[in-house]
Write a protein that binds this ligand. Sequence first.
Ligand code: ATP
Ligand code: MG
Length: 584
Amino acid sequence: MGYKKWFAKHILREKWLFLRMLIFLMLFIGTVSFTPLLIGNIFDELAKPDRSFTIIIMTSLFIAIAGIGRTLGDYIQSYTNEVIAHKVTKNVTEEFYDDMLKKSQEFHDRVKIGDMMARATYDTRQMNIFIAPGLKFLFEAFFTVIFSVSLMIWISPKLTLLIAGALPFYIITIWDYNRRLRPISKAQMEQNSLLNVRLQESITGIRVVRAFVKEESEINQFDNETEKLREINTRRGIISARYYAIVITIFLIAISFFWGAYEVSQGNLSLGDLVTFVMLMMTLNMPTWQFGWTITQFQIGMAAAKRIHEMKEREEYVPNPDKPIDWVEKKGNIKFENVSFSFNGKSSRRMALKGIDFEVPEGANVAIIGNPGSGKSTLIKLLMRLYDPTDGTIHIDGINIKEMNLSNLRDNIGVIEQELFLFSKTIRDNIAYGKPDARQEEIETAAKLAQAHDFILFFEYGYDTIVGERGVTLSGGQKQRIAIARALLVNPAILVLDDASSAIDAETERKIQTAIANVLRNRTTFIITHRLATIKNADLIIVLRNGVLMDNGTHSELILRNIDYRRLFERFSELPPMIEMEGN
Ligand SMILES: Nc1ncnc2c1ncn2[C@@H]1O[C@H](COP(=O)(O)OP(=O)(O)OP(=O)(O)O)[C@@H](O)[C@H]1O
Ligand SMILES: [Mg+2]
């Protein structure tokens, strides 16, 4: 579906509201165009020698009633218009959010958060403005022209024809105005996105900025970008100010007076008719401005819709199979067969994993070791189907994970990631993230197993302590144990611990070791770690180097035959013996 169709679909969903808006718009415009007729009548009545004050009073009364109708019509149509805009924007934003959450990992690796945020906020706002007041303006302008011009023709076809001669000037003016504004609107949106990206990145990376004393240079860069946006906005302001359509209208009013006065003097037109005619001319003032404004905003709104739609449409879902197989008997037997993967697609020669083959029996504890960048984390991402292998297959309990129900798969693999993320919520909420209805006892049991219970209680608010921006800052080791508790609470069939933090004190090390031992019990586990105790006790050790599986086996096997593996332990045996210090 193209973006226009998509946008139209969203707007058409509110067709009943549109109908209401149109009905009250008619009331509004009808009364606006009708009032000059009534006023003209009063003038004509006054011009008669035998003028009737009853008629004048009655007509004035009608003017007042028309005034009420006009206010009511305007109020309801404007209000309805806002409701439509709000609903459409809400639906679009929700749909966008929904889509972003479903997008593949590849998509999120590539797209900048700031850019995504700009589309979800600024661009949806532009769509909103196009609908309210944009669409209202458009309809108002359109019907005002229809109503007023019809009445003008009815009063004096000749005068109307004279004025219609100005039509080409109008069209040229509006066309030229939009031609100059279009590129600016586009630039405005792009610059805004860029600014968002800059802002988001330097704030997220504030620690790096500080560490390298780059505040000044970041501020300067940001100033440059805002300056560019200011320039664009100024250019836009200048162009808007050079919108001459209204000048033409005023000019026409002058002409109508001049020519009309002549017609009146010739007896072709009554005084009341001239008054009505000129007043109708004046009602055309607003539309000339509204048309220009709406066409511009229409272009901005459409460009915004295009930007939102384009990001939505990038087909980068990890597809859920048509007939997904439910993984019912969860034993945790895992088989990688000739699995290769490149982050850059099939044609790339830079492979993160190459021809990986191994099998893990159910309930085994697997340790994955290898140099940085050897593909350890990638292996786990494939298992969770954050990415699909470029080649080869992965089976769990005999089911190809590509055929498995995606949420079923991910629900049953608990992952404690290398880059831990906790939400700015309470510790309880963070632990219970995967199981929001968990009871306090369950949460505490998980926390105890994860060796987190004690330090949690140490905080003033215990489990109600808020983490992150508005609350306490947790250390790496503390965060990790909360993440372990979070994974344990769900009690997944397969558990993965991508454990990067090796530089922690002995006490924390011991606690995490205990936590890990608790994790390992009764399920298939993968641990990516440098902790020798964990590696030694593993049922299977997978040794990766630069994306290739060098070897796999148990500690006693590998220590005899694998040089990479030996090296891991060598650095310990090379250490000089400790000198005993006594008597101080
Ligand atoms: N999102 C990504 N896009 C492109 N390349 C990536 C991406 N993530 C990782 N890589 C590349 O894939 C390779 C394997 O990365 P991976 O994160 O699996 O390494 P690792 O073994 O977990 O390393 P570490 O021990 O440092 O955590 C690396 O060369 C890395 O540059
Ligand atoms: Mg890693």
